[in-house]
Design a protein around this ligand. Structure first.
Ligand code: XBP
Ligand code: MG
Length: 258
């Protein structure tokens, strides 16, 4: 029985990577007088690394302006990441990034049906609060039964830690929830936690395959294509009723195999 929906944030609830984090990272480099500029193409590659600070450290290791000693490198990354988050906060707090089409609708459908809502994101809590505070109201957290952010799960996606901690906080089993993700790392994390996952491709991952997803769509207002294992299921726009139906069928093969 579907008891909760677990949403990823970046790329899933909003296109925050291209219009938020990337812009803010480049502004932070400028503010620190660094000649670094991440293009969309370069950021697309860097997004294989989840976690803004981890992504930054990876790139810094290839830059001549980076200190050679690890404590110097770490403190530079912390300063740049904090600067980035301040600038990201300003972008989203002025409403610069809207929720993706269909996200508010699905949130409302779940609330009306008593299906609990949760978040499992790698992003810093301050970033989750800035975006969702701006888009859902300052009291946004009261609509979510569990909110797991980067600080709550240091093992980054594709590690399942944030999803496992979310299930723990919800006191639910993996077969009682559906995750909504945008990236291959996010799908891998949810799958590793044993969670049926709907992928709503984001701009940086539009061409990726998503083996193991329960269904894949380009957005919640576009037709979702169900996994072949959902025998007889046909592409359709996702709503809560469809997620319930596909989630119930998704568990059957396991039972049949058992
Ligand atoms: C995607 C991430 C985050 C953001 C940057 O998170 O990997 O790290 O790119 O945010 P999600 P921070 O799991 O929501 O897709 O700089 O705060 O890490
Ligand atoms: Mg994401």
């Amino acid at each position: 029985m579907l008891a909760a929906l677990i949403f990823d944030i970046d790329g899933t609830m909003a296109e925050t990577e291209r219009d938020g984090h990337l812009v803010a990272f480049n502004d932070a480099f400028d503010a620190h007088g660094l000649p670094w500029h991440w293009s969309v193409e370069h950021y697309s590659e860097l997004l294989q690394i989840t976690g803004g600070r981890e992504r930054l450290l990876y790139d810094m290791a290839r830059r001549k302006e980076t200190p050679t000693d690890s404590s110097g490198r770490e403190s530079m990354a912390r300063a740049l990441h904090a600067e980035k988050n301040r600038r990201y906060g300003r972008i989203v707090e002025r409403g610069g990034i809207l929720l993706r089409p269909g996200v508010t609708r699905l949130l409302r459908e779940a609330q009306a049906a008593g299906v609990r809502l949760a978040i499992a994101s790698t992003t810093s809590r301050v970033n989750a609060d800035a975006l969702l505070g701006a888009q859902l109201g300052r009291d946004w957290q009261q609509h979510f039964a569990a909110v797991i952010c980067g600080e709550d799960a240091p093992q980054r996606k594709p590690d399942p830690q944030c999803y496992l901690r979310c299930l723990e906080a919800l006191d639910l089993d993996s077969d009682e929830v559906v995750a909504i993700e945008d990236s291959p790392n996010g799908l891998a994390a949810a799958n590793a936690a044993g969670i049926a996952t709907l992928v709503t491709r984001s701009v940086f991952f539009a061409s990726h395959a998503y083996p193991g997803a329960m269904a894949v769509c380009d957005g919640l207002e576009d037709p979702a294509v169900p996994a072949p294992s959902l025998a007889g299921a046909r592409p359709a726009r996702v709503d809560l009723a469809l997620l319930r139906e596909w989630h119930a069928a998704w568990g059957e093969p396991a039972q049949a195999a058992a």
